[in-house]
Write a protein that binds this ligand. Structure first.
Ligand SMILES: [Fe+2]
Ligand SMILES: [Fe+2]
Length: 172
């Protein structure tokens, strides 16, 4: 535990920061697994481009989990040790893919990113001016989640436009 480091945390209980970070840690692992598994089962038009994006996002979520675990340990806490706790602690939940179509998978993933953006915005507000190290980390992650959402929305637009073009051509 970085005891001197903990003295910089002011106006918020360290246990509260650890608890919030552990909830985000659960979200990151579940987001990682969701992307990982979606990238395996996905089907449909332009799926290869989407697989590249899903794999990249999976690695980013895993990296976020690592950043959060390190910060929890710095604060003197312990990251969740039992995966069963992920389901108890998660904010954003886990939507097991039931429809493997590329468009549906992208829509589920966009929903997940929007939830993550909401959570990290809250964490940013809660830690602002109180725990600068956590605040900086949370904002770095938040910027990644905003980029993730944008990447997925752009792919969704391209693919749905392409599907529409094909439908229009068939109608001729
Ligand atoms: Fe993430
Ligand atoms: Fe993300």
């Amino acid at each position: 535990m970085a005891r001197g480091g903990n003295s910089i945390v002011k106006g918020i209980e360290i246990d509260e920061v650890i608890a919030l970070l552990n909830r985000a840690y659960a979200d990151e692992w579940l987001a990682y697994y969701q992307y990982y598994t979606e990238s395996k089962v996905i089907k449909g038009i332009m799926k290869d481009a989407v697989v590249v994006e899903l794999d990249q996002h999976a690695m980013d979520e895993l990296r976020h989990a690592g950043l959060i675990a390190n910060r929890i340990i710095q604060l003197g806490g312990t990251p969740l040790l039992d995966p069963r706790e992920w389901f108890e602690q998660t904010h954003c939940g886990y939507d097991a893919p039931t429809n493997f179509d590329v468009v549906k998978i992208l829509e589920d993933a966009i929903k997940g990113e929007q939830c993550a953006i909401g959570i990290y915005s809250q964490l940013s507000e809660v830690t602002q001016g109180k725990d600068v190290v956590t605040y900086d980390m949370v904002n770095q992650i938040l910027a990644d989640e905003v980029e993730h959402e944008e990447d997925l929305v752009a792919l969704h637009e391209d693919i749905t436009a392409f599907i529409q073009q094909i439908k229009d051509t068939m109608d001729l």
